[in-house]
Design a protein around this ligand. Structure first.
Ligand SMILES: Cc1cc2nc3c(=O)[nH]c(=O)nc-3n(C[C@H](O)[C@H](O)[C@H](O)COP(=O)(O)O)c2cc1C
Length: 206
């Protein structure tokens, strides 16, 4: 049987184009592509995205009234089997770019719960999310708040938070290069995600 290649969307949430989370995400993407996935990349800092204005026009039909790049991102994200999201920790939360996107997806939550009232199409299989993050400090609770909101975000998308890659002690843009094992983790996670989406285990040994 011929199977379609898995479709993954990868979102760069850092304002730093070539920082730690961008480098990690690129490895994950490379791993996924090596395993046969089709990956669409989205760089949030290049998009025009307004914050949610809480006008709740989405209560009518579930559509967000603010017309900007959100609709393009939403349609891609809702059509993919796996979502990779990478964001640095800014004040114990995701970056502002990432949070703006998360909040705009509230229109999808509103459609599901208030407009369709749970009668929308049920997905037979939950889709899968990979979250990559980095912070400069070493605190035990560094990722706690972020994980709570990211898990809930993935749930809004009918996705499970399938895997997290969370790294402490990365401050300057190139710090992750001192940890090739982190980059290996990311490549392997990308490969495994592609494999999980096709129900196959990855063949390549890293
Ligand atoms: C506005 C801002 C807020 C930050 N807040 C935190 C923080 O709360 N905790 C922390 O450990 N690092 C914090 N950092 C450091 C970044 O998380 C760290 O440098 C990270 O590696 C950046 O990832 P990037 O290179 O992918 O942008 C902050 C950096 C900035 C610019």
């Amino acid at each position: 049987m011929i199977q379609d290649s898995p479709h993954i969307v990868a979102i760069y949430g850092s304002p730093r184009r070539n920082g730690n989370t961008a480098k990690l995400l690129r490895e994950a993407i490379a791993g996924a592509r090596a395993a046969g996935a089709r990956v669409d990349e989205i760089v949030l800092r290049d998009l025009k995205l307004s914050p949610c204005l809480e006008i709740y026009s989405c209560k009518q039909g579930g559509e967000c009234r603010i017309r900007d790049d959100f609709q393009k991102v939403r349609d891609l994200v809702l059509s993919c089997g796996g979502l990779m999201l990478a964001s640095p920790i800014f004040y114990y939360a995701v970056s502002a770019h990432t949070k703006i996107l998360m909040d705009r997806f509230h229109s999808v939550w509103v459609k599901k719960h208030w407009v369709d009232k749970g009668s929308g199409p049920e997905r037979s299989q939950r889709r899968k999310g990979l979250f990559i993050s980095a912070g400069a400090t070493q605190g035990r609770k560094l990722f706690e708040g972020t994980l709570l909101s990211v898990r809930y975000f993935y749930d809004t998308l009918d996705m499970d938070l399938w895997k997290t890659l969370l790294y402490r002690g990365l401050e300057d843009a190139d710090d992750v290069l001192n940890h090739p094992e982190y980059l290996d983790d990311a490549r392997r996670a990308g490969e495994e995600l592609a494999g999980a989406l096709t129900g196959h285990r990855p063949q390549t040994q890293l």
